[in-house]
Design a protein around this ligand. Structure first.
Ligand code: PLP
Length: 456
């Protein structure tokens, strides 16, 4: 193989450079250098084979950003957020975001509370879970009771809580879904919570169904359990998605630090927080809810900085972009963006209800801007998996999957509406859904489509 650098001339057309005329190395690092234009062009075109992210209706994550966010990300590419002494303003901006979120979630101590950025809600959930575990253990040890069999109680959790349980040796007591339920119900708790329960996870925006779990009712039930048994069990709210929806479009819903029992909250900055991928947040009710032993003092980067995180080095850009969004949109801007998504989800729910074969499981009202639905009965002549596959032909990614235990015989489909997905795009999806159903039922393209094809 020739050394590319020798033959490449900078005036050559990109597609006549050596790298453009052969298959890219896949198992071994090439010996020589290549023209960056060619490398860029080749990788750029390869990545076109990935799905189009705006048609990925399976993801909660940000797929659209302001020009200014792109610029700030680029300008801060070299900043390591862990290096708080070298980049004090990035650290300051992280801290501002924590306090803004504490205030948004009605913390009683928004200026003094503890919190931090993370790589996403998964890391944030682990930190929240660890704080619960440490506090429970301290309490048990003080009482002279065994502290070796902690459990955490939750409904249909996102996989991060299964990871937390396994990685940190906590039993996950997953409460199965009741008939007709879209999440944990308060009256189910008594059967699962006991003296070894480090906390209950309430989910604001269940991953599978997009509905909110009733945090206030869960708290009231835990109050009743405390009155009866003396057990004081805290709540961690996994508000991965809902933490950036509820404060803006359901401001009267009480789910956050207004409830005394809520010890900590996590949310994904890179979901409805509208920041680019790679940022989550966890905030504790007050400094007392985060045990001191979990905070490390790091001094070798210069200065003596407290840190609580699973990672060490991490980019600062996403955090800066989060602050940009807070300033750029303000409460009113976030409300408008999320309300537009809610309205579009409602519109889609209406279209889906009118199509005939579907039964809505979540109609886009009262929780996340999303729709989930199932087939009315099995006699439709097709499954939701078939529908997923046929929608893929037009580039749409609409996942089909079974509900969590006890309702696993119900297969559902889910569409998430996010910033950057407009009404018209969803109308086009609905049209494609209608055409796909017809096609699946008839096994052939419809007459109208054939005609359109002949005329084109
Ligand atoms: C997405 C999600 C998570 C995981 O969040 P990441 O930011 O992807 O790590 C956890 N819990 C819920 C409810 C989620 O929706």
């Amino acid at each position: 193989m020739a050394l590319h650098a020798v033959s490449a001339k900078s005036i050559d057309d990109v597609y006549t450079l050596p790298l453009s005329e052969e298959e890219l190395p896949k198992y071994r690092m090439p010996v020589g250098t290549s023209d960056p234009r060619a490398v860029y062009a080749m990788i750029h075109s390869e990545l076109k084979l990935d799905g189009n992210s705006s048609q990925n209706l399976a993801t909660f994550c940000t797929t659209w950003s302001d020009e200014e966010v792109h610029k700030l990300m680029d300008e801060n590419l070299d900043k390591n957020m862990i290096d708080k002494d070298e980049y004090p303003q990035t650290a300051e901006i992280e801290s501002r975001c924590v306090h803004i979120l504490a205030d948004l979630w009605n913390s009683p101590s928004e200026r003094t509370t503890m919190g931090c950025s993370t790589t996403g809600s998964s890391e944030a959930a682990m930190l929240g879970g660890l704080a619960l575990k440490w506090r429970w253990r301290q309490r048990r040890q003080k009482e002279g009771k065994p502290a070796d069999r902690p459990n955490i109680v939750a409904g249909p959790v996102q996989v991060c809580w299964e990871k937390f349980a396994r990685y940190f040796d906590v039993e996950l007591r997953q409460v199965p879904l009741e008939e007709g339920a879209t999440g944990l119900r308060a009256h189910q708790l008594r059967e699962y919570a006991d003296e070894n329960t480090i906390g209950v996870v309430a989910i604001l925006g269940v991953t599978f169904t997009c509905d909110y779990e009733p945090v206030a009712e869960i708290a009231r039930e835990l109050d009743a359990i405390q009155a009866d048994t003396g057990l004081d069990i805290p709540i961690h709210v996994d508000a991965a998605s809902g933490g950036f929806i509820a404060p803006f479009v359901q401001p009267d819903l009480v789910w956050d630090f207004r409830i005394d029992r809520v010890a900590s909250v996590n949310a994904s900055g890179h979901k409805y927080g509208l920041s680019p991928l790679g940022v989550g947040w966890v905030v504790w009710r007050d400094a007392g809810a985060l045990p001191e032993e979990l905070i490390f003092k790091v001094d070798y980067l210069g200065g003596n900085m407290p840190t609580f995180a699973l990672n060490f080095s991490r980019p600062g850009g996403e955090i800066i972009a989060q602050y940009y969004n807070f300033l750029r949109l303000g409460r009113e801007g976030y409300r408008k963006v999320q309300q537009a998504c809610m309205d579009t989800a409602r519109y889609l729910a209406g279209r889906i209800a009118d199509m005939g074969p579907f039964e809505l499981l979540y109609d886009g009202t009262g929780a996340l801007p999303a729709v989930s639905y199932t087939l009315k009965d099995a006699a439709q002549g097709f499954t939701l998996y078939d529908l997923t596959e046929i929608l893929r032909v037009r580039g749409w990614q609409v996942p089909a999957y079974p509900l969590p235990p006890r309702r696993q015989e119900t297969v559902i489909q889910r569409v998430l509406v996010r910033h950057g997905i407009g009404r018209d795009e969803i109308a086009l999806l609905a049209d494609d859904l209608e055409r796909s159903i017809e096609r699946l039922r008839n096994g052939t393209p419809s007459g109208a489509e054939r005609k359109a094809f002949h005329h084109s």
